[in-house]
Design a protein around this ligand. Structure first.
Ligand SMILES: Cc1cc2nc3c(=O)[nH]c(=O)nc-3n(C[C@H](O)[C@H](O)[C@H](O)COP(=O)(O)OP(=O)(O)OC[C@H]3O[C@@H](n4cnc5c(N)ncnc54)[C@H](O)[C@@H]3O)c2cc1C
Ligand SMILES: Cc1cc2nc3c(=O)[nH]c(=O)nc-3n(C[C@H](O)[C@H](O)[C@H](O)COP(=O)(O)O)c2cc1C
Length: 639
């Protein structure tokens, strides 16, 4: 045999022939199949093929593959959307998979699972979304089983502007390992928008399950999952909004394609003398479809002033060309419309440190004339990262201008845009019913304003909304569906609506809707703010609803009017008996507004009422509240 046009040396080929010579036909067929399988693996990957064996005809036979369950825990729908996409990707790649929602997942089944893809978000202040809580608690509890037969990977959704970025996903990942399960891939921490690396992670994960080589990381900017699946059944289902993390809106508008809504009303709901402002804003939104309980996403534009300050502190030219998310623009445009310049996230400190070259000694002047060496800056930044609570305190209320003033680092335009996060929409609970105000969306917006580092700051989106005028100006808006905050299916069910400040917004939508609903049941509003005189939001409307019967009862708490602060939870406890009777009658309870303090205090008050009036122990009351939440008799919209 002529060996000159094969890739072996003569010696290697002899060894090869010797190896094959004694084999019978069946064995030769097996080797042919084995080599065929090996040849499609990554160059250099010569690991054994664990699950596939060529049969006597040389064709690949799979041992029964382990079953994959895609188990998701999602509150606002992003994880749920992604889980559906993941399922279709799995099917597309020939991986048999089942989709399960943690909300109705029997935790005991965990022991039977062979392979899990956990997709879970983080909410609250680093907490699991309620939908994932039962599974989370079970895994972290004393009764958690050993899971040595399980293989798993975790895809964590989060937002790095929160201090506890992707905490729940990280916790699932480490806990499953602690329980003996085998991690198939490092946990994926996905920050707000699905990025090419997130998609690569999923593709590679499914490839891995099939024993395929890891795909090369996707590097092209703007790579779309929908594009990857183009022409496939999955692709056609996904292409509308595969990567839009907002839940599907029946209308064609979404986060990537917002409606430009004209502002036709904007009034301050606070009375004269108030030191704060809450705006009532009416938008013309013909073409947007929503339900009471949904939120509106607003895509803000950064202020001219802050944009100028960023240019000044960096010394960069407004007209420099930059690329952000695959889109070319001038630096000023990118800073104003595409990048988050109004607040900082913990990871940005580490990124800034990495941008400081090591060599010494070089002086960098900050705009105020102070001089620091690179090592001063690097050491100062590094020190900041050593103590998480000090870092959190430093970041609170500071922006990129503060950071580069405190720690001067010379950045190129590309380094600056690489350091900044993409500008995110802000969400506002819709304060109108689409039946009462067709073609309109009303919002209740508390303006954010404070002083930090000697600079007067405004919130990015609230500042933007306070600047827009009713003279034909528009704001980009889309609907964020909120299926977990809905009026009862049966309109005769009584409702109890508890909220403080802008937490009142969705209740205005609920009561408007109920006023138009024949046979609507009783409704009770418990509302709190600081001052009766100036901050009783929509006061005359509530009084009219009380008169018309659309609202049955209203209790208010104004925290700063008396000698002692009075909050909504105090009003609840004062009316414990009636509140308990309403709940016992089947009333649906809603909590909306501040997540950090109010929501916890209100839940504590509910627990006290269940104990006091219902004779439950503290543990039983907590179980009852959990059950109420699972059965949607208690619904939260807190932020
Ligand atoms: C589902 C949902 C519904 C919501 N509904 C409403 C609603 O109906 N009405 C409403 O007004 N808001 C609502 N919000 C909040 C809203 O989305 C925005 O977060 C809020 O308006 C602030 O956005 P911003 O862009 O103006 O501020 P940002 O630019 O995002 O700045 C906020 C940041 O400013 C800093 N900061 C704020 N105050 C201070 C201070 N005193 N000192 C130092 N630093 C400070 C903090 O770092 C804070 O994170 C909702 C949020 C969610 C998630
Ligand atoms: C009120 C609220 C609190 C949040 N808290 C956190 C947090 O502590 N850490 C984090 O990484 N992300 C946090 N997020 C961001 C969510 O995890 C992110 O939006 C995610 O995409 C939501 O996925 P889901 O829709 O599947 O629940 C929070 C979001 C909201 C609305």
């Amino acid at each position: 045999m002529n060996v000159t046009n094969n890739p072996f040396s003569e010696e290697e080929f002899n060894v090869f022939q010797q190896l094959l010579a004694p084999l019978d036909e069946r064995q030769l067929a097996w080797v042919a199949g084995y080599l065929a399988a090996l040849s499609v693996r990554a160059p250099g990957d010569r690991t054994s093929l664990p699950e596939e064996h060529p049969d006597s005809n040389g064709t690949l036979q799979s041992t029964p593959a382990k079953k994959l369950t895609i188990l998701y825990g999602s509150r606002t729908g992003n994880g749920a959307n992604l889980a559906k996409i993941a399922l279709r990707m799995a099917v597309e790649q020939g991986v048999e998979a089942t989709l399960k929602n943690m909300e109705d997942y029997p935790v005991k089944s965990l022991e039977q699972e062979e392979r899990l893809l956990v997709i879970v978000s983080t909410h609250g202040d680093g907490e699991p979304p309620f939908q994932a809580k039962t599974v989370y608690d079970f895994l972290h509890g004393k009764r958690a089983p050993g899971l040595s037969r399980l293989e798993y990977a975790v895809f964590a959704l989060g937002d790095s502007s929160y201090f506890h970025f992707c905490k729940t996903g990280k916790e699932f990942d480490s806990r499953l390992a602690e329980l003996g399960a085998r991690r198939l891939r490092p946990v994926q921490l996905s920050d707000v928008d699905i990025k090419p690396e997130d998609e690569s992670w999923l593709k590679e994960f499914f490839g891995q399950l099939k024993g395929e080589p890891a795909a090369a990381p996707v590097r092209q900017a703007g790579f779309k999952l929908a594009k990857a699946l183009k022409g496939t059944a999955a692709g056609s289902v996904l292409k509308s909004n595969a990567l839009d993390r907002s839940p599907a809106n029946p209308a064609s508008y979404n986060r990537k394609n917002p409606l430009q809504a004209r502002v036709f009303e904007k009034i301050n709901l606070h009375g004269r003398g108030s030191d704060r402002t809450t705006l009532h804003i009416e938008l013309q939104t013909e073409g947007l479809t929503y339900l009471p309980g949904d939120s509106a996403g607003i895509i803000p534009v950064n202020s001219e002033q802050l944009t100028d300050e960023v240019l000044a502190v960096t010394g960069l030219q407004a007209g420099e060309k930059v690329e952000v998310n695959g889109v070319q623009s001038e630096l000023r445009e990118a800073l104003q419309r595409h990048l988050e310049i109004g607040k900082l996230t913990p990871d940005q400190i580490g990124k800034l440190i990495a941008l400081i070259p090591d060599e010494e000694p070089v002086s960098l002047s900050s705009p105020d004339g102070a001089v620091a060496t690179r090592s001063d800056t690097k050491t100062g930044l590094a020190k900041l990262t050593e103590n998480p609570s000090a870092l959190q305190e430093y970041l609170y209320g500071r922006d990129i201008v503060d950071l580069l003033t405190d720690f001067p680092v010379k950045l190129t335009a590309a380094q600056l845009t690489g350091l900044l996060k993409p500008l995110q929409p802000r969400y506002y609970s819709i304060a109108s019913s689409p039946n009462a105000f067709p073609g309109e969306v009303h919002l209740t917006v508390a303006l954010v304003g404070y002083e930090k580092n000697g600079r007067n700051k405004r919130g990015t989106c609230t500042g933007f909304l306070s600047d827009v005028t009713t003279d034909d100006e528009t704001v980009p808006v889309f609907i964020e569906s909120n299926p977990h905050f809905r009026l009862p299916d049966d309109p005769s069910t009584p409702i109890i609506m508890i909220g403080a400040g802008t937490g009142i917004a969705p209740y205005r939508a609920f009561v408007q809707e109920r006023e138009l609903t024949p046979g609507a049941g009783k409704s009770w509003l418990i509302f709190g703010n600081r001052h009766f005189e100036t901050e009783f939001l929509y006061q005359t409307e509530w009084q009219n609803y009380l008169k018309s019967g659309a609202l049955t009862r209203m209790d208010v708490a104004f925290s700063r009017d008396g000698a002692q602060p009075v909050y909504v939870q105090h009003r609840m406890l004062e009316n414990a008996k009636e509140l308990y009777d309403w709940i016992a009658m089947g009333a649906q309870v809603y909590i909306c507004g501040d997540m950090r303090k109010m929501a916890a205090d209100v839940q504590q008050a509910l627990s006290t009422i269940l104990q006091q009036e219902g004779g439950l122990s503290a543990g039983q009351a907590q179980e009852e509240l959990d059950l109420m939440q699972r059965e949607r008799r208690l619904q939260l919209d807190v932020y």
